[in-house]
Design a protein around this ligand. Sequence first.
Ligand SMILES: CC(C)(COP(=O)(O)OP(=O)(O)OC[C@H]1O[C@@H](n2cnc3c(N)ncnc32)[C@H](O)[C@@H]1OP(=O)(O)O)[C@@H](O)C(=O)NCCC(=O)NCCS
Length: 110
Amino acid sequence: MLAAILRDSDAAIFVCERDGVLLGFCTVRIDRAPSIQVEVQRAEITDLTVRARERRRGVGRALVERALVWVEERGVERCEVRVASRNAEGQRFWRSIGFDDLMDVLQRRL
Ligand SMILES: CC(C)(COP(=O)(O)OP(=O)(O)OC[C@H]1O[C@@H](n2cnc3c(N)ncnc32)[C@H](O)[C@@H]1OP(=O)(O)O)[C@@H](O)C(=O)NCCC(=O)NCCS
């Protein structure tokens, strides 16, 4: 997965480390649609994880803010993230940094 991100100019990974220890990481990518569509590009944060004992210290926020700078630098004006409805921690985190509801994703198990 990491190698694929590093090869792809439309994807990036940001890491937070201290003394060589990984505290958290965030992956982001830009999706492009055919120019016939109204919105031709958007970004998606595809992963964000902070080591459990390092949470609530601003690492997650800093990683996302850095990723959003990368997105903006590419002229993309919107960024999405998929967060599970039952991920209460994640829901509170994303809302606290300015993300809000876009659509509900429904599923049926087969
Ligand atoms: C979600 C996650 C990335 C947040 O990382 P973090 O470094 O703890 O987040 P921050 O410290 O930057 O928090 C920023 C703000 O988000 C909110 N927040 C974060 N975690 C929260 C929690 N457990 N409960 C309530 N609010 C929370 C707070 O408003 C917080 O600001 P504050 O600490 O000043 O009150 C981390 O909890 C995590 O890795 N969770 C497991 C993986 C996951 O769910 N990833 C997201 C998948 S979409």
